[in-house]
Design a protein around this ligand. Structure first.
Ligand code: ATP
Ligand code: MG
Length: 287
């Protein structure tokens, strides 16, 4: 397994400390030795995540991959403060997360729009009147609905939208109030390949404009590489960080021809190697 290590010799430890402090300031999320243990139906204990450590700087696009049941959704829920840790700690902008962190946007795996609200009412849901004037609210709505290619559908109810349009709307609902961090749990999972690509492209365009931090769970390795600055690989139960892959591909990226972009093959190859080991698949073999 390859891993890139940066080794530097430095003259003074005080400069080291200063750099460390500056480095910590750049981090919006710090997951330190996070462990999550669930109770099983027969009153046993199941370690879902074990000593996960992950530092995410502002503006980074991180994808998280791993086999089904390895704890990806659990990790996002821990970061959002939706469920308590069994060990370790999670910091958000330097402060420990205790209870629900409303400052992070969260698009759950089964994200749904509110069926009784129109598309624009759904998107406006997080834009509460204390923080946004009527005018700002209007502006944000138009801006994000336009970015997601949904202009003209503002008054539609979710049942009148296609699956992909609904997904887009649920994503901009999380983006519109501009949280510094957005957690997305397999947001494009149930969509067909073409719609997925269109949405990946739109998400990258939005992200390139807004530069929020995104932690994005997927089980699609191509998607993981195509979107990310870094891919975090979680192992089968108990979930641990198996490896972290840097994706030094240029931006903006062309999602539709991502295979041709320099750096894709190498990053994908490394990721697949890790998975192949994990799944115990031999090279050029079907059995
Ligand atoms: N509330 C809960 N109570 C008990 N066990 C849970 C709970 N939530 C999740 N688990 C268990 O934790 C493990 C990790 O679940 P999680 O949903 O995080 O996996 P995942 O990696 O997101 O899987 P998938 O790719 O299928 O979405 C699973 O074994 C699951 O059964
Ligand atoms: Mg999940």
């Amino acid at each position: 397994m390859e891993r890139s290590h940066q080794v530097a010799t430095r003259e003074s430890s005080s400069r080291d400390d200063a750099e460390k402090a500056q480095g910590a300031n750049r981090l919006v999320i710090q997951v330190e030795n996070a462990t999550k243990i669930f109770q099983t139906p027969d009153q046993g204990r199941m370690i879902a995540l074990e000593r996960i450590t992950l530092n995410v700087p502002y503006g980074e696009f991180v994808t998280v991959v791993g086999p089904s049941g390895c704890g990806k959704s659990t990790l996002l829920k821990l970061i959002a403060g939706l469920t308590p840790l069994s060990g370790g700690r999670i910091l958000y902008q330097g402060s420990e997360v205790r209870g629900l962190n409303t400052k992070v946007g969260y698009v759950p795996q089964e994200s749904k729009l509110f069926p009784w609200l129109t598309l624009e009412e759904n998107v406006a849901f997080g834009l509460d009147s204390k923080r946004y004037s009527k005018q700002q609210r209007e502006h944000q709505l138009r801006h994000f609905i336009n970015l997601a290619g949904l202009t003209g559908f503002e008054k539609y109810y979710p049942a009148q939208l296609s699956g992909g349009m609904g997904k887009r709307a649920s994503i901009i609902r999380a983006l519109a109030y501009e949280p510094p961090v957005i957690l997305m749990d397999e947001p494009f999972g149930p969509l067909d390949a073409q719609t997925r690509m269109v949405l990946q492209d739109e998400l990258l365009k939005i992200w390139e404009q807004q530069r929020q931090t995104i932690i994005f769970v997927t089980h699609d390795l191509v998607e993981a590489v195509a979107l990310a600055d870094r891919v975090v690989v979680i192992t089968h139960r108990p979930g641990r960080v198996k490896d972290v892959i840097q994706v030094p591909m240029q931006r903006p990226r062309n999602i539709f021809e991502i295979h041709r972009q320099e750096g894709f093959d190498e990053a994908y190859g490394r990721l697949w190697n890790i998975f192949r080991n994990e799944l115990n698949i031999r090279n050029n073999s079907n059995g």
